[in-house]
Write a protein that binds this ligand. Structure first.
Ligand SMILES: NC(=O)C1=CN([C@@H]2O[C@H](COP(=O)(O)OP(=O)(O)OC[C@H]3O[C@@H](n4cnc5c(N)ncnc54)[C@H](OP(=O)(O)O)[C@@H]3O)[C@@H](O)[C@H]2O)C=CC1
Ligand SMILES: CC(C)(CO)C(=O)C(=O)O
Length: 302
């Protein structure tokens, strides 16, 4: 079976490992020594048939990585990629997967023209009851697409071999940037408000939040349009309210992070809009306010 590496043993990483172990020899690269990882359902708890190696062991064994998924939090990506890069083969494929947005330029610049960069945006749910176990909390759509030139040429083959057999709800999108912006808009409309109010997603449909949802998305669409991303406010509003309805009984990931005193991904959501708005010289007061309010909830949010 072909080899596949996954950075970390996070919720998404373990869900992917469980699916991909059927078709690939999976190795998790962890920050701390890990003997075994598990996939738990209501009926049983199954040890995943994967290897776990620390970065140190990977270096000692001089392992070269030809395909790797990096499903870490947005604020962990830069460091994870810097650690990963020296281990990549000359024609490696790297697949990033996280919520929110950040400029990928430092990563695309660091890869050679033969190293492919891809993005997997997923809405399937995973929850970790402890540091080595994941539970599947719900199916969701996933979108896979290329982020550099060589990746465009390889996207169909990699999708057919790696993604499609493991994630039946996934589709290949060459305009992955647009789809990531659309997911960002959903997160902008839901996550900060749910984190600040402690409400489930469905409760954000109340009329008292409508002006804030509209304003935040209006700013995001304006910024996106300035850089050539063709978002339409009416469509992003409709999508956000549709997701509030579909996930009405969920607490958003940011609400959960705040409730558990963890760092949030606010910088890759409102922070991304505010940064772009500043560069473009356009106003984004509502995203700025939400950014400041969520940042003030936890010292590591800054
Ligand atoms: N959980 C979910 O249901 C969903 C999550 N997402 C998004 O996916 C992304 C990942 O989320 P999730 O899986 O929940 O996050 P987790 O916090 O569960 O997982 C992140 C993992 O990455 C590991 N990690 C970070 N940096 C490194 C590094 N340098 N080297 C090795 N391992 C590293 C962490 O290690 P350690 O264990 O040592 O902390 C952790 O195991 C986020 O952007 C999230 O918003 C999207 C859809 C659903
Ligand atoms: C779609 C949504 C808002 C579902 O809760 C999500 O992506 C998140 O919580 O981060």
């Amino acid at each position: 079976m072909p080899e596949l590496f996954i950075v970390g043993k996070g919720a998404v990483g373990l869900l992917l490992a469980q699916r991909l172990a059927n078709t690939h020899q999976v190795t998790l690269i962890t920050r701390t020594p890990t003997d075994a990882v598990f996939f738990r359902t209501a009926q049983c708890c199954q040890q995943l048939p994967v290897k776990c190696l620390t970065w140190e062991a990977l270096a000692q064994q001089q392992i070269t990585i030809s395909q790797c998924i990096v499903p870490v939090k947005s604020y962990q990506l830069a460091e994870a990629f810097i650690t990963l890069r020296p281990h990549l083969s000359e024609d490696a494929n790297v697949i990033l997967s996280h919520n929110g947005m950040q400029t990928l330029t430092p990563i695309t610049d660091a890869l050679s023209e033969h190293q492919g960069l891809f993005f997997l945006s997923t809405s399937m749910g995973g929850w970790k009851p402890n540091s080595t176990t994941v539970e599947f909390t719900g199916p969701g759509q996933s979108v896979f697409g290329p982020c550099n030139l060589i990746a465009q040429q390889r996207a169909q083959v990699l999708f057919n071999q790696l993604i499609d057999p493991a994630l039946p709800n996934a589709h290949l999108a060459y305009d992955i940037a647009l789809l990531r912006w659309q997911k960002l808009c959903v997160n902008l409309a839901i996550n900060p408000l749910s984190a600040l109010t402690g409400l489930k997603n469905g409760r954000l449909r109340a009329p008292c939040y409508a002006t804030q949802v509209l304003s935040v998305l209006n700013e995001a669409c304006n910024v996106a349009n300035h850089i050539g991303v063709p978002l339409k406010l009416s469509e992003e509003l409709a999508r956000a309210y549709q997701v509030m309805t579909l996930t009405a009984e969920n607490f958003s990931s940011m609400a959960q992070d705040v409730a558990n005193h963890r760092r949030t991904e606010i910088n890759a959501m409102c922070g991304y809009i505010v940064e772009l708005a500043q560069q473009l010289g356009v106003p984004a007061p509502h995203n700025t306010l939400l950014l400041n309010q969520v940042q003030s909830l936890h010292p590591t949010n800054k």
